[in-house]
Structures are given as C-alpha cells and as structure tokens.
Write a protein that binds this ligand. Sequence first.
Ligand code: GLN
Length: 463
Amino acid sequence: MKIANSSTTAVSLVKAALSRIEETKEWNIFTFVDKKAALERAEEIDARIKKGETVGRLAGVPYALKANFLSKHRPADASVKILTEFTSPIDSTTAEKLDKEDAICVGCVNMDAFAHGSSTENSYFGPTKNSTDKTRVAGGSSGGSAVAVALDCVQFATGSDTGGSIRQPATFNGIYGIKPTYGTISRYGVVAMASSFDVIGFLAKSASDLDLLMSITAGQDPKDQTSLPDYYGADDTKLDKKSVGYIKEFMDSPALDPEIKSALESKLSALRAKGYDIVELSMPTLEYALPTYYIIQPAEVASNLSRYDGIRYGFRTKELNAPDKTPLDLLFENTRNEGFMRENKRRIMIGNFVLSSGFYDAYFLKAAKARTLIINEFNKAFEKVDAILSPASPNPAFKLGEKVDDPVSMYLEDVMSVTANLAGIPAIAFPAGTNKAGLPLGLQIMGPRRSDKNLIKLVEELA
Ligand code: GLN
C-alpha cells in the first residue's frame, strides 16, 4: 500500500485517486465522490506529517466504502431507492477505525441493492462493468468495490459478504478479498442483509494489505453483540498439519469451468512441491449448501427489510390515494413497492413463505438442521487438513444481461461460496491467472474459524 510520508503526500495520493475516478466513469463504479472532504482531510494529514507528528498506519490512503456502510456525511443508500433519501445518524465502526488510522474515504461504490445479487446488475444506479471486459459483469454484490480496486481508483475498498459478495467479485476482477470468520469485524453501521451470515471484509491488491486492514478493524465492539473478542494476530489455530484439502464434489461438478479447475490443480501441485500433503475430501452435504442458504438467507432478509416502512428511513411514496385503502396502508404498500428492487421483493416473498406457519417446519427448520450438518462436515474436514482450496465461483465473469432475468442461474453463481458463510469460517479469494480470453481467474481458500491470519500467510505462499 502506498502510504503518505515525508516523500509522498496525502494530497498527491488523493488527487491521483480522484483523477482515476474521473477517467473510469464509464465503468459506473462510484455512486458518490467525496472530493472536497477527501482533499481537506489529505491537507490536514500532510500538515501533521510536515510538523513531524505521528500519523496513522493508513495515512493518506484513499479508500472506498461499499454503499451499505452508513456515514453521517455521505449517502448510505445500499444502491436501493428506498434508502436514497436517508441520512444516517451514525458512522460504521469499520469506517471509524479506518479513519482513525488516517485512511481517506474518497466515496461510495455501487453494489447490488441491499447486497442481493452476484453481478451488481441489481442496483438502482445500473450495473458496474467488469474491469477487464466492459461487456461483462463486475460480480457482486461488492462489484463497485472490486472494480474500484482493480482499476486503481483506490488502494482498498470495504465489502460485505453474506454468501460470496466479496470473494466472487474479487475473482472476477483479479484481486484479493477476505471474508473473515463470522464476528471478527463489527457489523455496526452496515445495512443488514442476513444477520447470521453477514460479515465485513476488504478487497485489495495483495494479501499483506488484507492483513494490515484486518489488524486495524478486527475486534469486539460493544455495539455489535455478535462481534468476537479480538483474536486476530494471536490466532490459536496454527495450521501446522501441512496439509491442504480439495473438495471432490466441487472438482467433479459439471458446472465448474475447466480453466478454473486447471488453475486449482496447478495451485495444488505448487503446494505439493512445497511439502504440503494434498488430501481429497468428500463433502456430500455441501450439495445442500445452496438450497439451505437460499432458505435461511431470505428468511433473515425478510425480517431485516421489514423495518423499511416509509416512516423511519429515507424514501416515502407520494401515492396515498386509492379507493378502499387507508393512507397508512398505502404508505407502507406503495413505499415498499416503489422503493425495493424486484430481487429484494422476491427474497421478501420467499423469506415470509419459508417462515410462515405450516411451512416453517418443512423449510426453515429443515434448512437450519442442514446447516448444522454442513458445519459438522467442515469441522470433520479440518481435523484432517489445515485449509481447503476451492473455486470461489464456478466460472469467470459472465456477460452483462446473461443471468439477470433468470434468478436461479444467478443463485447458482454462489454454489461454492455460500459454504463458508453457512459455517461461519474464514475464506480468502485470490487471483490465479487469466483464462485464454484474458479474463481473470480466482480461487478461494477456507480454514477453520479464527484461522484468518494464518490463511493470509498461506495465500501469500500461493501467490
Ligand atoms: N450472491 C449472494 C446472494 O445474492 C450473496 C450476496 C452477498 O454475499 N451479499 O445472496
């Protein structure tokens, strides 16, 4: 990471970021650019450096916030109409910690509305395009974050990962992305998607940058009761078995792109050459990971989105007249109808269905049990191996428009990434070359809970 010091000024770093943002407008990355505030902050940091004062570990480093991170002074709309007029009274804990280390937020980046999606096409502001090929998707939901980093608008960006939203766009754009162990980084001040899956993480250009960001932001937060006491840097998992596994069922999957498969095989050979045992793991319950995720996640989405009623947050409908309906009913109905995107509504419908009496036992409860089996299967695997190497998504970036009208094929994008969220384990996406067409390929490495730092070291070995 380029950090401001006596030879590089924060102002020059921010100016370079702002001009890159200007040059890359066609990609539709930023939903808000905080030019004036970023430059003022850079000047203030430079003045402190000049005076010889100590500055933070991220002095002058320009970064972008995914649009679901709340900020008092910036829009926090999660790329959805229903939050467009919302002004947040709070800042997210993550941004507070980054700002304390003198990083400079230059703006907010595009995402799938409420983080529902795998391509960033489901945004109120239109799709973000892939960094390598503008006819292809950025991946999602943190597509803006990934492309902002890949095209050097910023040195890192925040992300959230409920089922793959950091890792899949990282692989589509040839960069690194970490989904930490559930609870490692406070979720306070981030728009909730599905609370038992959501984690905060980062997208950056190297594993060591991810390490620095984790060491700054990990830790318990009294404002997030699911946050873990800080373990980062003192991980109790040693990863000293010197063995890495791969999942047989993923390798045999007909959905897996052959070039991703061979990238994975060559990483396994590289590990073998370094003295690692390579173990084939059969994990048959992972067949149920995607259906399990797409039952529990919408149930949690439906609950989290019930708060958007047109009264407490942002946008409110103007359509309050209709025969046979009270203005209050219309306020709820029309605000939600006009304010949510189609995919948000689909998840609310599915979520309420699987939670409704009569269906709860057959769907939600069953899925909760399947989730436990999946957790157990990972625990068993980690008795044998330190880590598991796998694809993050079965394919490289697909064409814009290709899956947008076919929700099931979009959901299938997540078939390999949701596993880590179901189990709450850390997973890091990293680049693994390009395919014949020049598109970036990437993989992910998963480890036991709290092995985040050791996983980063493993990724460095693989680079
Ligand atoms: N693509 C997945 C979904 O649509 C994951 C999204 C995410 O991680 N926020 O649910």
